[in-house]
Design a protein around this ligand. Structure first.
Ligand code: SF4
Length: 344
């Protein structure tokens, strides 16, 4: 298991050449139906604010990710590949073996206070969901938000987790002293597709209620409409229903992104597709035969449809924009929100 900037909680057991299990990592399982089949690996991280490589196409430079792996278990999840860096697999291990950086809050407070830190925007939920189920037990985000609030450091959160409302008090306190924004990830509202491909997540309509609540409390919240799934959620009627619900939630913006299939997610998705919709496999191979992205013509057709629907349903227009993030010098502009180029 390669731990990069991580260290196991057992002192003296951090030789990266030795696999995690042989080194006796602190593992926990919980006896509740919610965590059945899930193993947590509690880690003392060495640092928590990560700098995003300059070549990345994302409009933020720094991230905090207190977890690795995600119990929301979205089949298409682009972060699956990152589990392989830990010598775990990108499929079932990603869903059920969750690495928890138990000292995340303490590190955040220390790093935000360091003289070299310049108060840059910090994006959260950009790799895996920081409000996934594990957060209900570990409560790492409360300490992180307290540290960001106390440092008056701007930040954003992208999530599918309704648990974010647990921390509404801290989000509103932070928004009094710095720029705070949020986005809910809702690619579609079709209940059958949701149950099939995002089995561990809250219902998309519930997520949109969260978006509405955040906006009502002055936390500017948009929607990352991602991923839009070719032949499963991209019909004009499905797009319209989703955009309509997003508008009803009062989202500050909607950012559509078509499914992309990088290695890791690709194998897991195609295996599921061949079981659930075998007739779609040849069509997907045609769309994604040349790489991780659907052809540009397909992408622009779908995103234009969503933009047109957004205009028609009045999304945007300056409501609830109190906390739009400031652009990071040298990064792409983040006019529609800091997570517009991610796919959480
Ligand atoms: S897409 Fe987001 S919510 Fe779903 S498994 Fe990946 S990190 Fe978790």
């Amino acid at each position: 298991m390669r731990w990069d900037n991580l260290r196991l909680t057992d002192a003296g057991q951090d030789d990266p050449a030795v696999p995690l299990f042989a080194r006796g990592a602190v593992t926990r399982t919980f006896d509740t139906p919610e965590f059945a089949g899930t193993t947590f690996y509690e880690i003392q991280a060495r640092s928590i604010i990560n700098r995003v490589p300059g070549a990345s196409r994302v409009p933020f430079e720094y991230t905090i990710n207190p977890y690795r792996g995600c119990g929301h278990r979205c089949i298409y999840c682009f972060a699956r590949k990152t589990h392989e860096y830990l010598d775990l697999d990108a499929g079932a291990d990603f869903d059920s073996k969750i690495v928890v950086k138990v000292n995340a809050a303490e590190l955040a407070r220390r790093e935000l206070a360091a003289p070299r830190w310049r108060g840059a925007h910090v994006a959260m939920g950009t790799n895996v969901d920081c409000y996934q189920r594990a957060e209900g037990r570990y409560r790492l985000m409360r300490g992180i938000l307290e540290a960001l609030r106390d440092a008056a450091n701007p930040f954003s959160v992208l999530t599918k987790g309704t648990l974010i409302l647990r921390d509404l008090d801290l989000l509103t306190e932070a928004a009094e002293v710095t720029d705070v924004s949020a986005a809910l990830s809702v690619g579609f509202v079709d209940p059958d597709v949701w149950r099939a491909v995002e089995p561990g997540t809250p219902n998309p309509l519930r997520r949109l209620e969260v978006c509405a609540t955040l906006n009502e409390h002055g936390i500017g919240c948009g929607v990352l409409m991602a991923p839009i799934l070719p032949y499963l959620t991209d019909s004009p009627a499905q797009l319209e229903r989703t955009v309509k619900e997003i508008a009803r939630a009062g989202a500050t913006h909607v950012s559509p992104i078509v499914l992309h299939l990088r290695p890791g997610a690709r194998e897991w998705w195609l295996a599921w597709l061949s079981r659930a919709h075998p007739r779609l496999v040849p069509r997907y191979l045609e769309l994604y035969g040349r790489g991780a992205y659907a052809p540009a013509a397909y992408q622009s057709r779908v995103t234009e449809q969503v933009k047109e629907l957004a205009r028609r349903h009045g999304i945007g227009g300056g409501r609830n924009r109190r906390s739009a993030p400031r652009p990071t010098p040298g990064r792409p502009p983040a006019a529609a929100g800091p997570q517009q180029l991610t796919l959480m």
